[in-house]
Design a protein around this ligand. Structure first.
Ligand SMILES: [Cu+2]
Length: 207
């Protein structure tokens, strides 16, 4: 190949419409896509139908995989006084069951509010991820839990701020966190910012 497009995570924004952003994940040709074309066709039909029916986006944005947890949920709303945001401080599927070796993916769909996915000891500074967390090729953070005593902390999982005309573009936000589980057991976790409001969950790992 003489020249090939670069792999990476590319943000696309609308400079006129606040909070209208997206990210295109371009994988190396040697990496297989997470889903087949039939999955994306099906997603497109579902989301198009939801848009046309004005169904709330939270359900339609849940991917087909059974190992997904939506983190919070929020909307920007306009009022006569300006704009405001509202947030749901909960994990959907507060209890999720997976097999040993599987990976759970958390996605923050809130437009502005950060959340964390925290197993074990909460670090003093909740903003950065714990040192045992790596970054996948598509920009998502990824941890591994091999024992009940492991501490794994996502750091802030949050959408990037809105880009503005005349200002430098911010990098894409880190809105997803993955954890791979290698031993059976009950693994409770919480959002370090909103656990006192009841934002807690548990992963049940079976053989
Ligand atoms: Cu939270």
């Amino acid at each position: 190949m003489s020249s090939s497009p670069a792999a990476g995570n590319f943000k696309v924004v609308c400079l006129f419409h606040e909070n209208m952003t997206g990210t295109v994940h371009v994988l190396d040709p040697s990496v297989s896509l997470p889903h087949d074309q039939a999955f994306y066709d099906s997603e497109t039909r579902t989301e198009a139908a939801a848009l046309l029916n004005d169904v709330d986006h939270m359900q339609s944005m849940q991917h087909g995989s059974g190992n997904s947890v939506i983190v919070g949920g929020g909307e920007v709303i306009s009022t006569p006084g300006g704009s405001d945001t509202l947030s749901v401080m909960r994990f959907t599927h507060q209890a999720i069951t997976v097999h040993v070796g599987e990976t759970v993916e958390w996605t923050n769909v809130d437009s502005v509010t950060p959340h964390t996915i925290t197993f074990g000891t909460e670090p003093p500074n909740p903003i950065p991820p714990s040192p045992n967390v790596t970054v996948d090729a598509d920009g998502a953070r990824h941890g591994t839990i091999t024992s009940k005593s492991d501490s794994v902390h996502s750091g802030f999982i949050q959408a990037a701020p809105q880009d503005r005309i005349g200002l430098a573009q911010a990098p894409p936000g880190v809105t997803r966190f993955r954890v791979t589980f290698t031993k059976p057991g009950y693994y409770p976790y919480k959002c370090a910012l909103h656990d006192l409001l009841g934002m807690k969950g548990v992963v049940h790992v079976i053989p």
